[in-house]
Design a protein around this ligand. Structure first.
Ligand SMILES: Nc1ncnc2c1ncn2[C@@H]1O[C@H](COP(=O)(O)OP(=O)(O)OP(=O)(O)O)[C@@H](O)[C@H]1O
Ligand SMILES: [Mg+2]
Length: 271
């Protein structure tokens, strides 16, 4: 790296395949997921669908090691990021969370912190020092990718909490992107938003997919059909733990599902 290149923010597209192998999960002795295996291919959008309580959020939280923060929680199985075991002993949690970002249902920016500082807040945790110029470039890049730049470029010093709900959610997406994640997990990211904001986020997701592997939980079947390449249908039958009933190309899942339960669910018969 020559000194003259410094300040050129090189964002390397690094989408990676994430793979869950036989993942089971418990809260205390309540088993909520049973041997879930799923490949979430690099650079694709994978949608997780299924009725309330079938373990979609739990599965998502296992993928970036947030599940273990719940005191009663335990798990079995493996999660591999580009072949690397996410749960390997000695692997740093901060590294896992930087490589596998998460966006939640309710936008959660730091409300009193400026828009600019919200975007850079994750960089400090990764321990990599950036010059002011580099940070400026990362902020512009991340906000642009999140579809928010033109709306906020003139007010980066204003607090994140002053934005609308949809803008706050795009700010949270920008905050995740700033650390150049390989995977972005999204748990019902549009369910608290109006249709216009939802459209914006959906466009953003489609544009991001070439550089970040996306895994999104949604209850909105139209949304799953619009934005995902692959779809996994989770179901917890009569008191038993959640499992994947069917997985495949979104097109096939919606138009020619193999399982009657998938057919009923995607056609709005239950859940
Ligand atoms: N912190 C927790 N402590 C105990 N049980 C929990 C906890 N979080 C979730 N569960 C239980 O685990 C099961 C799966 O919950 P989870 O939130 O993963 O479902 P979900 O598919 O995301 O549902 P929804 O669509 O409503 O968000 C449920 O039975 C739920 O009650
Ligand atoms: Mg959930």
């Amino acid at each position: 790296m020559g000194g003259e290149d410094e300040g050129e923010y090189e964002h390397t597209p690094t989408a990676r395949t994430l793979e869950a192998r036989a993942v089971s999960a418990w809260f205390g002795d309540h088993k909520v997921l049973d041997r879930v295996s799923l490949e979430m291919p690099a650079g694709r959008v994978t949608a997780l669908i299924g009725p309330s309580g079938c373990g979609k959020s739990t599965f998502l939280r296992i993928l970036n090691r947030m599940h273990e923060l719940v005191p009663s929680a335990s798990l079995a199985g493996e999660v591999l990021l580009d072949g690397d075991d996410v749960y390997a002993s000695g692997r740093r949690l901060t590294e896992v969370r930087a490589r596998i970002g998460m966006v939640f249902q309710k936008p959660n920016p730091f409300p009193a912190m400026s828009i600019y500082d919200n975007v850079t807040s994750g960089l400090k945790l990764t321990g990599v020092r950036k010059s002011r110029d580099e940070q400026d470039e990362i902020v512009e890049y991340s906000l642009t990718r999140a579809g928010l730049w033109t709306e906020v470029r003139d007010r980066l010093k204003q607090p994140g909490g002053a934005l609308s709900g949809g803008q706050q959610q795009r700010l949270c997406i920008a905050r995740s992107l700033a650390v150049a994640p390989e995977v972005l997990l999204m748990d019902e990211p549009c369910s608290a938003l109006d249709p216009t904001s939802t459209n914006r986020i959906e466009e953003t997701i489609k544009e991001l997919a070439d550089e970040v592997t996306i895994v999104i939980v949604t209850h909105n079947m139209q949304q799953a059909a619009r934005i995902s390449d692959r779809c996994a249908f989770f179901l917890a039958r009569a008191g038993s733990p959640g499992r994947i009933v069917e997985y495949g190309d979104t097109e096939a899942m919606f138009n020619a599902p193999q399982d009657q339960a998938t057919y009923d669910y995607v056609n709005g018969r239950f859940g």
